[in-house]
Design a protein around this ligand. Structure first.
Ligand SMILES: Nc1ncnc2c1ncn2[C@@H]1O[C@H](COP(=O)(O)OP(=O)(O)O)[C@@H](O)[C@H]1O
Ligand SMILES: [Mg+2]
Length: 325
């Protein structure tokens, strides 16, 4: 768990970068620090692992004030990933990855096992890459190494500062999915900096939207999209907010909202969609197949009603627009 208690940061020259922030990141939670450039995201992150001093307030990591963490505890407890992966050019991939375990005094066998395990996790063959140098890897591969280096000593907490920001969109998307799958397995407590709302929605359990060092809203992606607390939040989320929110809902949510009843009727020779499909996919099916309606079916292929663009629009209106203040 990470707890921010009335945290402020004033840089020399009287720049108030962080202004009285209170928030808690629970164990195993993936929290995105989101906001425009210069709003204080990096500063907040770097105070957690004491790369920046805290002017006022306290940050507690796993119950302990970050000011009290000694360097060994810090390395054990907190992994750190940055955009320019920070790999040492003259060290092999294995040596780069095992810097912290080395400092913690792990023996060779333990380090090798850990390296092999982590490389498998990110889909890189350990033997193929062990002796290579960073410049021999693609940008995406280097960034994967940056991530597993931060995970090397199995820290419960990870700090990630726009780790995928330098990658091209396709690779970035792939690494995001890959990292989410890893997180399902390892359940780290993660603070992840981003300025990209789509990345935040896709990755975060909760999003802290920051402006000029203050938290504007700290909520789940669904809440941020459906109940923006103020104008800044709704503007930051953007005008296609309704569209973005579609990927958060499934056809089942619509079935529930309109109490569509299951019938045992057989479905013959028409387009079908399973109720666990996302609304985003459902809409593109309707648009691409030029069908006016698609039959919704449950896992047992029982018919649940028919899906039309009109019904989706009604649903979104109720769920998203209807909740606007
Ligand atoms: N070392 C520093 N000295 C003085 N001001 C700084 C320093 N680092 C950051 N700042 C200022 O603090 C504010 C927040 O910066 P930063 O945390 O880097 O924002 P973000 O990561 O959201 O882009 C900005 O106004 C920035 O200019
Ligand atoms: Mg930054």
């Amino acid at each position: 768990m990470i707890e921010f208690q009335n945290v402020s940061k004033v840089y020399q020259g009287d720049v108030k970068a962080i202004d009285d922030i209170n928030m808690t990141v629970n164990d195993g939670e993936f929290v995105i620090l989101l906001g425009p450039s210069g709003c204080g995201k990096t500063t907040l992150l770097r105070m957690v692992n004491v790369l920046e001093s805290i002017t006022e307030g306290d940050i507690r990591v796993q119950g302990k004030s970050s000011k009290e963490l000694n360097p060994i505890e810090l390395r054990r407890n907190i992994g750190y990933v940055i955009q320019s992966n920070g790999l040492f050019p003259n060290m092999t991939i294995e040596d780069n990855t095992m810097i912290v375990p080395d400092l913690l005094g792990w023996d060779r066998k333990k380090k090798r096992n850990r390296f092999n395990y982590l490389m498998d996790l990110v889909g890189l063959n350990p033997d193929d890459y062990r002796k290579r140098f960073p410049h021999e890897l693609s940008g995406g591969q280097q960034q994967r190494i940056g991530v597993i280096r931060a995970m090397a000593s199995d820290p419960p907490v990870m700090l990630m500062d726009e780790p995928f920001g330098a990658l091209d969109p396709i690779i970035r998307h792939r690494i995001q999915d890959e990292f989410l799958a890893i997180q399902q397995e390892v359940k780290k407590t993660i603070l992840f900096v981003s300025h990209d709302i789509d990345e935040a929605i896709r990755m975060g359990d909760r999003i802290a939207l920051i402006r000029e060092g203050k938290i504007m809203q700290y909520d789940t992606p669904t809440e941020i999209l459906t109940h923006p607390k103020n104008e800044f939040v709704s503007e930051f989320v953007g005008q296609d907010r309704v569209l973005k929110s579609m990927s958060l809902y499934s056809v089942q949510d619509l079935v529930d909202a309109f109490n569509l009843e299951s019938s045992k009727q057989e479905v013959a020779d028409t387009k079908m969609i399973h109720s666990d499909t996302s609304l985003r996919v459902a809409i593109s099916m309707l648009l691409n197949q030029e069908a006016d309606q698609i039959v919704i079916v449950d896992q047992q292929d029982n018919q649940l009603g028919s899906l039309t663009l009109n019904l989706i629009e009604k649903f979104l209106h109720r769920e998203v627009k209807g909740k606007e203040r």
